[in-house]
Write a protein that binds this ligand. Structure first.
Ligand code: FMN
Length: 351
């Protein structure tokens, strides 16, 4: 069944509040007679980092989780069929039908609109062990997903090395650089919020550095500055430094790289993020190291060595799983931020 219009509006509002890499929102919906169908939007997916739809699947997994949580809080259970027709239509990601059930999941539903990505550098600790345990519990509903904390020193240093190599590669390789900078809405100015893509306001670029950052979007400038190590500096500043100045770093890992598992990883990511939000924690995910280590992304020969290094580092983190996303967490001492913008709901449906 499909809930009545008012409840469906609330469910869809929650769905589109989900996070997505670079705020690409790579989805659209169709409301059928007896189910809600969810698709990857081919116009907003398939970039080089989204080879085999890994990033899109993660985002759509988060959408599915928001739907399930909001429906649950409104008194509906959900039956979710992932990839209903994978061979014939790989863009058809899920069909969701609803049935009346007991109302629950209120605190997670409440966190859907409070969740956002925190990129400001310092996230204070300590994080109580019981809170870490609570987050682990949220991941345990997904058998092929593993969440673990980087409490072991050796693992922690391996993870930071992988993070440094992967994040700096995003500034060193022309195609990854183009992908990253094309997702930033420069036209809104430093304080602008855009409906799609990354709003400059939330990138935590220090105002005096904004003019330099704007210049870096031009590949010839970036390439020239890379001769003096700019990619390394940016990799350190954008990921390693914030990771080091956080209360904790967790790894969201998968036991296989099948699409259904990646979708479940997206669901788990959102559940963990909402639980963290509900407990007052701030979160920033880092996807580059995990995604680059899957071996799907084709870069020029000159970058194969670096891809290989990232792959080896990620493999040594844990033998039984593949690390997909690093999640840094902690408390921010100032006021919380808003989420990035979202495109108008009317643009998210097809009939
Ligand atoms: C699969 C995935 C990967 C992401 N990777 C990163 C990342 O590497 N670095 C980062 O700062 N944010 C990352 N994000 C956060 C998104 O940029 C963010 O969710 C999006 O811009 C929407 O903003 P909001 O979370 O504030 O609503 C990722 C989110 C998802 C779902």
């Amino acid at each position: 069944m499909i809930p009545d219009q008012d409840k469906m509006d609330l469910i869809l509002k929650a769905a589109i509040a989900a996070p997505s890499a670079d705020n690409s929102q790579p989805w659209y919906f169709k409301i059928n007679e007896d189910n809600l169908a969810l698709f990857i939007d081919e116009k907003r997916s398939g970039s080089i980092s989204d080879t085999r739809y890994v990033l899109s699947d993660l985002a759509l997994g988060a959408v599915i989780e928001n739907i399930s949580i909001q429906a649950s809080a409104l008194g509906f259970g959900t039956k979710i069929t992932l990839l209903p027709d994978e061979k014939a239509n790989p863009l058809s990601v899920a069909q969701i039908s609803f049935s009346h059930s007991e109302k629950k999941d209120f605190s997670l539903a409440d966190a859907i609109y409070k969740r956002y990505t925190e990129r400001r550098i310092k996230l204070k600790g300590p994080m109580p062990e019981v809170l870490k345990e609570k987050l682990l519990l949220q991941s345990r509903g997904f058998p092929d997903i593993k969440l673990y904390w980087l409490d072991n020193k050796q693992q922690y240093h391996t993870a930071l090395k992988a993070l440094q190599k992967a994040e700096s590669l995003r500034f060193r390789n022309q195609y990854l650089h183009e992908e990253l900078f094309s997702s930033i809405c420069f036209q809104t100015g430093l304080n602008g919020i855009c409906k799609e893509g990354l709003s400059p306001k939330f990138l935590a670029v220090e105002p005096p550095l904004w003019p330099v950052f704007k210049l870096l979007r031009h590949w010839p400038v970036m390439r020239t500055l890379n001769f003096i190590g700019m990619a390394n500096i940016l990799g350190f500043r954008s990921a390693v430094l914030p990771a080091r100045l956080s209360a904790g770093i967790a790894v969201l890992a998968v036991k296989s790289n099948e699409r259904k598992t990646i979708l479940q990883a997206g669901r788990a990511l959102e559940r963990i993020w909402l639980q963290a939000t509900s407990d007052g924690l701030c979160v920033q995910p880092f996807a580059a190291a995990g995604v680059l280590s899957l071996g799907y992304i084709e870069l020029e020969t000159a970058y194969q060595h670096q891809l290989g290094e990232i792959n080896t580092l990620m493999k040594t983190l844990d033998e039984q799983s593949k690390g997909l996303i690093f999640i840094r967490m902690g408390y921010y001492s100032g006021s919380s931020q808003l989420p990035n913008g979202r495109r108008r709901p009317s643009t998210q449906f097809r009939h």
